[in-house]
Design a protein around this ligand. Structure first.
Ligand SMILES: [Zn+2]
Length: 410
Protein backbone atom coordinates (compact mmCIF):
# COMPACT_ATOMS: atom_id res chain seq x y z
CA UNK A 1 0.00 0.00 0.00
CA UNK A 2 2.74 2.40 0.98
CA UNK A 3 4.60 1.77 -2.25
CA UNK A 4 1.34 2.22 -4.19
CA UNK A 5 0.87 5.67 -2.61
CA UNK A 6 4.56 6.48 -3.16
CA UNK A 7 4.28 5.54 -6.81
CA UNK A 8 1.14 7.62 -7.22
CA UNK A 9 2.82 10.63 -5.61
CA UNK A 10 5.81 10.21 -7.91
CA UNK A 11 3.67 9.96 -11.00
CA UNK A 12 1.88 13.13 -9.95
CA UNK A 13 5.20 14.93 -9.39
CA UNK A 14 6.48 13.81 -12.81
CA UNK A 15 3.24 14.95 -14.46
CA UNK A 16 3.47 18.34 -12.73
CA UNK A 17 6.97 18.75 -14.07
CA UNK A 18 5.87 17.79 -17.57
CA UNK A 19 2.93 20.20 -17.53
CA UNK A 20 4.64 23.23 -15.99
CA UNK A 21 5.25 25.90 -18.66
CA UNK A 22 8.36 27.14 -16.81
CA UNK A 23 9.93 23.69 -17.12
CA UNK A 24 9.04 23.59 -20.81
CA UNK A 25 10.79 26.96 -21.09
CA UNK A 26 13.94 25.56 -19.40
CA UNK A 27 13.99 22.67 -21.89
CA UNK A 28 13.58 25.12 -24.81
CA UNK A 29 16.37 27.35 -23.57
CA UNK A 30 18.73 24.38 -23.18
CA UNK A 31 18.00 23.31 -26.76
CA UNK A 32 18.30 26.82 -28.21
CA UNK A 33 21.57 27.56 -26.40
CA UNK A 34 23.21 24.18 -27.08
CA UNK A 35 25.77 25.63 -29.49
CA UNK A 36 26.66 28.42 -27.02
CA UNK A 37 27.11 25.66 -24.43
CA UNK A 38 29.62 24.00 -26.77
CA UNK A 39 31.51 27.32 -27.09
CA UNK A 40 31.58 27.55 -23.29
CA UNK A 41 32.90 23.98 -23.11
CA UNK A 42 35.79 24.93 -25.40
CA UNK A 43 36.69 27.98 -23.27
CA UNK A 44 36.68 25.85 -20.10
CA UNK A 45 38.73 23.04 -21.67
CA UNK A 46 41.43 25.49 -22.79
CA UNK A 47 42.12 26.53 -19.17
CA UNK A 48 44.51 23.86 -17.79
CA UNK A 49 43.32 22.28 -14.53
CA UNK A 50 45.45 19.36 -13.30
CA UNK A 51 44.27 17.98 -9.93
CA UNK A 52 45.57 20.29 -7.15
CA UNK A 53 46.02 23.12 -9.71
CA UNK A 54 42.42 24.01 -10.56
CA UNK A 55 42.50 27.61 -9.30
CA UNK A 56 42.57 29.41 -12.69
CA UNK A 57 39.74 27.34 -14.11
CA UNK A 58 37.88 27.67 -10.81
CA UNK A 59 38.12 31.48 -10.97
CA UNK A 60 36.68 31.47 -14.51
CA UNK A 61 33.91 29.09 -13.48
CA UNK A 62 33.06 31.27 -10.48
CA UNK A 63 32.71 34.33 -12.71
CA UNK A 64 30.32 32.49 -15.03
CA UNK A 65 28.17 31.24 -12.14
CA UNK A 66 27.98 34.78 -10.72
CA UNK A 67 27.00 35.99 -14.18
CA UNK A 68 24.10 33.52 -14.07
CA UNK A 69 22.81 35.42 -11.03
CA UNK A 70 23.93 33.04 -8.28
CA UNK A 71 25.58 33.95 -4.99
CA UNK A 72 28.96 32.23 -5.34
CA UNK A 73 31.77 31.42 -2.95
CA UNK A 74 34.97 29.38 -2.99
CA UNK A 75 35.58 27.14 0.04
CA UNK A 76 38.97 26.54 1.67
CA UNK A 77 39.44 23.34 -0.38
CA UNK A 78 39.03 25.24 -3.67
CA UNK A 79 35.49 24.12 -4.55
CA UNK A 80 33.30 26.78 -6.21
CA UNK A 81 29.75 26.84 -4.82
CA UNK A 82 26.85 28.77 -6.38
CA UNK A 83 23.65 28.95 -4.33
CA UNK A 84 20.24 28.72 -5.99
CA UNK A 85 18.01 29.42 -2.99
CA UNK A 86 14.85 27.36 -2.59
CA UNK A 87 12.06 27.78 -0.07
CA UNK A 88 13.42 24.89 2.02
CA UNK A 89 16.90 24.55 3.56
CA UNK A 90 17.17 21.02 2.11
CA UNK A 91 19.89 20.78 -0.51
CA UNK A 92 20.29 19.14 -3.91
CA UNK A 93 23.93 19.36 -4.91
CA UNK A 94 24.67 19.41 -8.63
CA UNK A 95 28.40 19.10 -9.07
CA UNK A 96 30.97 18.71 -11.84
CA UNK A 97 34.67 18.16 -11.25
CA UNK A 98 36.98 20.95 -12.37
CA UNK A 99 40.15 18.89 -12.56
CA UNK A 100 41.68 16.81 -15.35
CA UNK A 101 44.20 13.95 -15.32
CA UNK A 102 46.57 15.89 -17.59
CA UNK A 103 49.74 17.39 -16.08
CA UNK A 104 50.75 21.05 -16.40
CA UNK A 105 52.20 21.76 -19.83
CA UNK A 106 49.79 19.47 -21.73
CA UNK A 107 48.50 21.15 -24.91
CA UNK A 108 44.80 21.71 -24.20
CA UNK A 109 44.07 23.82 -27.28
CA UNK A 110 40.82 22.53 -28.84
CA UNK A 111 41.03 21.39 -32.48
CA UNK A 112 38.12 20.68 -34.81
CA UNK A 113 37.95 17.67 -37.07
CA UNK A 114 34.66 17.39 -38.93
CA UNK A 115 31.96 17.43 -36.26
CA UNK A 116 34.41 16.49 -33.53
CA UNK A 117 36.25 18.61 -31.01
CA UNK A 118 39.63 17.27 -29.93
CA UNK A 119 41.50 18.13 -26.74
CA UNK A 120 42.56 16.42 -23.53
CA UNK A 121 39.73 16.97 -21.03
CA UNK A 122 37.21 18.16 -23.66
CA UNK A 123 34.60 15.70 -22.44
CA UNK A 124 35.94 14.70 -19.03
CA UNK A 125 34.95 17.07 -17.70
CA UNK A 126 34.35 19.95 -20.12
CA UNK A 127 30.93 18.43 -20.85
CA UNK A 128 29.83 18.35 -17.21
CA UNK A 129 31.09 21.86 -16.39
CA UNK A 130 29.50 23.47 -19.46
CA UNK A 131 26.20 21.67 -18.78
CA UNK A 132 26.15 22.87 -15.19
CA UNK A 133 26.58 26.51 -16.26
CA UNK A 134 23.94 26.11 -18.99
CA UNK A 135 21.42 24.82 -16.46
CA UNK A 136 22.12 27.61 -13.94
CA UNK A 137 21.52 30.18 -16.70
CA UNK A 138 18.37 28.45 -17.98
CA UNK A 139 16.75 28.23 -14.53
CA UNK A 140 17.33 31.94 -14.02
CA UNK A 141 15.97 32.90 -17.42
CA UNK A 142 12.86 30.74 -16.97
CA UNK A 143 12.28 32.27 -13.51
CA UNK A 144 11.93 28.85 -11.91
CA UNK A 145 11.25 28.62 -8.18
CA UNK A 146 12.24 25.43 -6.38
CA UNK A 147 11.42 23.93 -3.01
CA UNK A 148 14.90 22.63 -2.26
CA UNK A 149 18.01 24.77 -2.51
CA UNK A 150 20.22 23.76 -5.42
CA UNK A 151 23.98 24.12 -5.05
CA UNK A 152 25.76 24.45 -8.41
CA UNK A 153 29.28 23.25 -7.68
CA UNK A 154 32.60 22.96 -9.49
CA UNK A 155 34.59 20.58 -7.30
CA UNK A 156 38.33 19.95 -7.14
CA UNK A 157 40.41 16.77 -6.86
CA UNK A 158 38.14 14.13 -8.40
CA UNK A 159 40.75 12.50 -10.60
CA UNK A 160 43.57 10.14 -9.60
CA UNK A 161 45.49 11.24 -6.56
CA UNK A 162 42.99 14.03 -5.97
CA UNK A 163 41.27 11.10 -4.23
CA UNK A 164 37.87 12.88 -4.23
CA UNK A 165 39.10 15.41 -1.66
CA UNK A 166 36.84 18.15 -3.07
CA UNK A 167 33.58 16.20 -2.76
CA UNK A 168 34.68 14.85 0.64
CA UNK A 169 34.93 18.42 1.96
CA UNK A 170 31.59 19.42 0.37
CA UNK A 171 29.71 16.48 1.85
CA UNK A 172 31.26 17.20 5.23
CA UNK A 173 30.19 20.86 5.09
CA UNK A 174 26.60 20.31 3.92
CA UNK A 175 25.78 16.84 5.22
CA UNK A 176 23.05 17.89 7.65
CA UNK A 177 20.94 19.43 4.83
CA UNK A 178 22.19 17.35 1.90
CA UNK A 179 19.34 15.28 0.43
CA UNK A 180 20.69 14.42 -3.03
CA UNK A 181 23.93 14.65 -4.98
CA UNK A 182 24.01 14.61 -8.78
CA UNK A 183 27.49 14.55 -10.32
CA UNK A 184 27.87 15.52 -13.99
CA UNK A 185 30.75 13.66 -15.54
CA UNK A 186 31.43 13.16 -19.24
CA UNK A 187 28.79 12.77 -21.93
CA UNK A 188 27.14 9.33 -21.88
CA UNK A 189 23.36 9.25 -21.47
CA UNK A 190 22.89 5.54 -22.22
CA UNK A 191 23.73 4.74 -18.63
CA UNK A 192 23.57 6.24 -15.15
CA UNK A 193 25.99 5.50 -12.34
CA UNK A 194 23.99 4.46 -9.28
CA UNK A 195 26.61 2.43 -7.44
CA UNK A 196 30.09 3.31 -6.29
CA UNK A 197 32.99 1.12 -7.29
CA UNK A 198 35.40 0.64 -4.41
CA UNK A 199 38.98 1.33 -5.39
CA UNK A 200 42.37 1.62 -3.82
CA UNK A 201 45.54 3.16 -5.21
CA UNK A 202 48.75 1.73 -3.87
CA UNK A 203 52.37 2.82 -4.24
CA UNK A 204 55.07 0.19 -3.85
CA UNK A 205 58.68 1.31 -3.32
CA UNK A 206 61.75 -0.94 -3.08
CA UNK A 207 65.14 0.46 -2.09
CA UNK A 208 68.57 -1.16 -2.04
CA UNK A 209 72.28 -0.33 -1.94
CA UNK A 210 72.71 0.07 -5.74
CA UNK A 211 76.06 -0.42 -7.47
CA UNK A 212 77.87 -1.12 -10.73
CA UNK A 213 76.22 -3.55 -13.13
CA UNK A 214 79.45 -5.59 -13.58
CA UNK A 215 81.62 -5.14 -10.52
CA UNK A 216 78.71 -5.34 -8.06
CA UNK A 217 76.77 -8.02 -9.89
CA UNK A 218 74.75 -10.11 -7.47
CA UNK A 219 73.77 -7.16 -5.28
CA UNK A 220 69.97 -7.30 -4.92
CA UNK A 221 68.33 -5.13 -7.57
CA UNK A 222 65.13 -3.22 -6.66
CA UNK A 223 63.87 -3.31 -10.28
CA UNK A 224 64.40 -7.08 -10.44
CA UNK A 225 62.58 -7.47 -7.13
CA UNK A 226 59.73 -5.28 -8.35
CA UNK A 227 59.54 -7.32 -11.56
CA UNK A 228 59.46 -10.59 -9.63
CA UNK A 229 56.66 -9.23 -7.44
CA UNK A 230 54.64 -7.92 -10.40
CA UNK A 231 55.01 -11.29 -12.15
CA UNK A 232 53.50 -13.03 -9.14
CA UNK A 233 50.79 -10.46 -8.50
CA UNK A 234 49.39 -10.28 -12.03
CA UNK A 235 49.14 -14.09 -12.09
CA UNK A 236 46.72 -13.92 -9.11
CA UNK A 237 43.36 -15.56 -9.58
CA UNK A 238 40.59 -13.03 -9.06
CA UNK A 239 36.83 -13.54 -9.25
CA UNK A 240 34.67 -12.63 -12.25
CA UNK A 241 31.80 -12.09 -9.82
CA UNK A 242 32.00 -9.74 -7.97
CA UNK A 243 33.93 -8.08 -10.77
CA UNK A 244 37.44 -7.16 -9.64
CA UNK A 245 40.39 -5.58 -11.48
CA UNK A 246 44.01 -4.50 -11.06
CA UNK A 247 46.38 -2.35 -13.07
CA UNK A 248 50.04 -1.48 -12.69
CA UNK A 249 49.77 1.99 -14.18
CA UNK A 250 53.12 3.65 -13.49
CA UNK A 251 56.61 2.35 -12.89
CA UNK A 252 59.79 4.25 -12.08
CA UNK A 253 63.37 3.62 -11.06
CA UNK A 254 66.99 3.46 -12.05
CA UNK A 255 69.48 6.01 -13.35
CA UNK A 256 71.43 4.31 -16.14
CA UNK A 257 71.60 1.01 -17.99
CA UNK A 258 74.85 -0.07 -16.34
CA UNK A 259 73.94 0.83 -12.75
CA UNK A 260 72.19 -1.41 -10.27
CA UNK A 261 69.40 0.95 -9.22
CA UNK A 262 68.98 1.97 -5.60
CA UNK A 263 65.25 2.48 -5.98
CA UNK A 264 62.24 1.25 -7.94
CA UNK A 265 58.59 2.10 -7.48
CA UNK A 266 55.19 1.58 -9.05
CA UNK A 267 51.60 2.69 -8.67
CA UNK A 268 48.81 0.14 -8.76
CA UNK A 269 45.05 0.64 -9.11
CA UNK A 270 42.83 -1.99 -7.46
CA UNK A 271 39.05 -2.08 -7.96
CA UNK A 272 36.17 -4.31 -6.98
CA UNK A 273 32.41 -4.39 -6.70
CA UNK A 274 33.00 -5.79 -3.21
CA UNK A 275 34.98 -4.24 -0.35
CA UNK A 276 35.87 -7.76 0.90
CA UNK A 277 37.39 -8.73 -2.46
CA UNK A 278 39.27 -5.45 -2.54
CA UNK A 279 40.81 -6.22 0.86
CA UNK A 280 41.78 -9.67 -0.42
CA UNK A 281 43.34 -8.14 -3.53
CA UNK A 282 45.43 -5.73 -1.47
CA UNK A 283 46.58 -8.73 0.60
CA UNK A 284 47.61 -10.56 -2.60
CA UNK A 285 49.59 -7.51 -3.73
CA UNK A 286 51.38 -7.24 -0.38
CA UNK A 287 52.24 -10.98 -0.36
CA UNK A 288 53.43 -10.94 -3.98
CA UNK A 289 55.73 -7.96 -3.41
CA UNK A 290 57.14 -9.44 -0.21
CA UNK A 291 57.84 -12.72 -2.03
CA UNK A 292 59.39 -10.81 -4.96
CA UNK A 293 61.79 -9.08 -2.57
CA UNK A 294 62.58 -12.38 -0.77
CA UNK A 295 63.30 -14.13 -4.08
CA UNK A 296 65.65 -11.35 -5.18
CA UNK A 297 67.41 -11.49 -1.79
CA UNK A 298 67.84 -15.23 -1.97
CA UNK A 299 69.25 -14.92 -5.50
CA UNK A 300 71.74 -12.41 -4.08
CA UNK A 301 72.66 -14.89 -1.32
CA UNK A 302 73.21 -17.59 -3.93
CA UNK A 303 75.66 -15.25 -5.65
CA UNK A 304 77.38 -14.65 -2.33
CA UNK A 305 76.26 -11.04 -2.17
CA UNK A 306 73.93 -11.07 0.80
CA UNK A 307 74.76 -9.27 3.99
CA UNK A 308 73.56 -6.47 6.21
CA UNK A 309 74.82 -3.91 3.67
CA UNK A 310 72.82 -5.31 0.79
CA UNK A 311 69.27 -5.59 2.10
CA UNK A 312 66.25 -4.52 0.13
CA UNK A 313 63.67 -2.35 1.83
CA UNK A 314 60.02 -2.71 0.79
CA UNK A 315 57.47 0.04 1.48
CA UNK A 316 53.77 -0.13 0.61
CA UNK A 317 51.86 3.11 0.80
CA UNK A 318 48.11 3.58 0.27
CA UNK A 319 47.63 6.69 -1.90
CA UNK A 320 43.86 6.72 -2.04
CA UNK A 321 40.75 4.87 -0.93
CA UNK A 322 37.36 5.22 -2.58
CA UNK A 323 34.59 3.51 -0.64
CA UNK A 324 31.67 1.63 -2.17
CA UNK A 325 27.93 2.20 -1.81
CA UNK A 326 24.65 1.89 -3.68
CA UNK A 327 21.60 4.01 -4.44
CA UNK A 328 18.52 2.24 -2.99
CA UNK A 329 16.07 0.92 -5.56
CA UNK A 330 13.22 3.01 -4.08
CA UNK A 331 15.14 6.31 -4.00
CA UNK A 332 13.19 9.35 -5.29
CA UNK A 333 16.40 10.30 -7.12
CA UNK A 334 16.23 7.14 -9.24
CA UNK A 335 12.51 7.76 -9.80
CA UNK A 336 13.24 11.33 -10.97
CA UNK A 337 15.87 10.08 -13.41
CA UNK A 338 13.61 7.35 -14.79
CA UNK A 339 10.79 9.90 -15.21
CA UNK A 340 13.20 12.19 -17.10
CA UNK A 341 14.28 9.31 -19.33
CA UNK A 342 10.68 8.36 -20.05
CA UNK A 343 9.65 11.95 -20.84
CA UNK A 344 12.58 12.32 -23.26
CA UNK A 345 12.31 8.86 -24.76
CA UNK A 346 15.79 7.92 -23.52
CA UNK A 347 16.76 4.46 -22.27
CA UNK A 348 19.54 4.03 -19.77
CA UNK A 349 21.06 1.11 -17.93
CA UNK A 350 22.55 1.29 -14.45
CA UNK A 351 26.28 1.11 -13.89
CA UNK A 352 28.78 0.91 -11.10
CA UNK A 353 31.72 3.27 -11.38
CA UNK A 354 34.22 5.34 -9.45
CA UNK A 355 33.04 8.98 -9.40
CA UNK A 356 32.26 11.89 -7.10
CA UNK A 357 29.06 9.99 -6.19
CA UNK A 358 31.18 7.43 -4.25
CA UNK A 359 31.49 9.65 -1.20
CA UNK A 360 27.81 10.52 -0.64
CA UNK A 361 26.78 6.95 -1.56
CA UNK A 362 29.21 5.50 0.98
CA UNK A 363 27.56 7.69 3.65
CA UNK A 364 24.01 6.71 2.68
CA UNK A 365 23.25 10.01 0.91
CA UNK A 366 21.41 9.30 -2.39
CA UNK A 367 23.71 10.15 -5.31
CA UNK A 368 24.14 9.45 -9.00
CA UNK A 369 26.61 10.39 -11.69
CA UNK A 370 25.24 11.41 -15.09
CA UNK A 371 26.76 12.17 -18.47
CA UNK A 372 25.60 15.52 -19.81
CA UNK A 373 24.98 14.67 -23.48
CA UNK A 374 26.72 14.40 -26.84
CA UNK A 375 29.21 11.66 -27.65
CA UNK A 376 32.84 11.24 -26.67
CA UNK A 377 35.79 8.89 -26.59
CA UNK A 378 39.41 8.55 -25.49
CA UNK A 379 38.86 9.88 -21.98
CA UNK A 380 42.15 10.12 -20.00
CA UNK A 381 44.17 10.03 -23.25
CA UNK A 382 45.66 12.82 -25.37
CA UNK A 383 43.27 11.77 -28.17
CA UNK A 384 40.12 12.59 -26.23
CA UNK A 385 37.27 13.83 -28.43
CA UNK A 386 33.75 15.18 -28.09
CA UNK A 387 30.90 15.42 -30.59
CA UNK A 388 28.12 17.80 -29.46
CA UNK A 389 25.48 16.31 -31.80
CA UNK A 390 22.32 15.73 -29.78
CA UNK A 391 23.72 17.21 -26.58
CA UNK A 392 20.42 18.97 -25.80
CA UNK A 393 18.92 15.62 -24.84
CA UNK A 394 21.55 15.16 -22.11
CA UNK A 395 21.10 18.73 -20.87
CA UNK A 396 17.33 18.30 -20.67
CA UNK A 397 17.73 14.98 -18.87
CA UNK A 398 19.88 16.66 -16.23
CA UNK A 399 17.39 19.53 -15.87
CA UNK A 400 14.37 17.23 -15.41
CA UNK A 401 16.23 15.06 -12.90
CA UNK A 402 17.39 18.03 -10.81
CA UNK A 403 13.97 19.71 -10.86
CA UNK A 404 12.32 16.34 -10.20
CA UNK A 405 14.07 15.99 -6.84
CA UNK A 406 14.25 19.71 -5.97
CA UNK A 407 10.48 20.14 -6.50
CA UNK A 408 8.76 23.18 -8.00
CA UNK A 409 7.29 26.07 -6.06
CA UNK A 410 4.58 28.26 -7.56
ZN1 LIG B 1 35.46 12.69 -14.95
Amino acid sequence: MTSFIQNLARKTAAAQLRDDPRVARVLDILRNTASATTDEQIRITEIPAPSFHEATRAAYFKKQLSGAGLRVETDTTGNVIGVWAGTSPDIVMLTAHLDTVFPAGTDVHVKREGGRLLAPGISDNGTGLAALLALARALGEAKIKTKMTILFVGDVGEEGEGNLHGIRALVDTYKSQLKYVIALDGSAIEYVTTAALASRRVEVTIEGPGGHSWSDFGTPNPIHALGRGIGRFVASRIPEVPRTSFNVGEIEGGTSVNSIPSRASMKVDLRSESDAELNKLEGLLRDAMKTGVDDEMSAARDRGMAGSTSLLDLKINILGIRPSGELPENSPLLAALLAADSQLGNRSRRERSSTDANIPLSLGIPAISLGAGGRSGGAHTLDEWYDPTGRELGLQRVALTVLGVAGLEQ
